[in-house]
Write a protein that binds this ligand. Sequence first.
Ligand code: HEM
Length: 138
Amino acid sequence: MHPTLPLLLPHKASTDANFCGFTVPKDSQVLVNVWAIGRDPSIWENPNKFMPERFLGSGIDVKGRNFGLIPFGAGRRICPGLPLANRMLHLMLGSLLNAFDWKLEGGISPSEINMEEKFGLSVQMAEPLQTIPVLVLE
Ligand code: HEM
């Protein structure tokens, strides 16, 4: 899993809270490590493997109902742009795949793509993906 914001946005506890036996004092800053949740082998089989087909028929989505996968957060502060992002991503990806045939620069095969990540406030590919679009739709 490759969440855009590996620690979501900083949250603050509005009251003292008990979380899995730990006391979270009022006013603590709380960071949710969704990157680590996505790499937890007790939740995901082969967590480091890029396997989008793992979600086929699983019923798991990114809408904040499955806490193993919350790239948009969850609860009251869930990303309000989720419905827009969800529509735009499908539209953009569908249009790009429909209009172009994609080749990898240097003639490398898809399995050779370096999926390592570079960390910051957001996660990026350590080695940017270099692709060559070949127009198939006039
Ligand atoms: C793929 C695209 C996007 C991803 C992965 C994403 C992810 C996130 C995440 C992880 C948060 C923090 C949630 C939390 O801390 O619990 C967030 C908050 C937010 N996002 Fe997005 N977002 C995306 C697109 C958008 C778009 C398109 C908009 C606006 C049009 C938007 C507006 C916001 C706003 C305003 C917040 C702050 C909400 C709050 O703090 O109450 N996001 N987003």
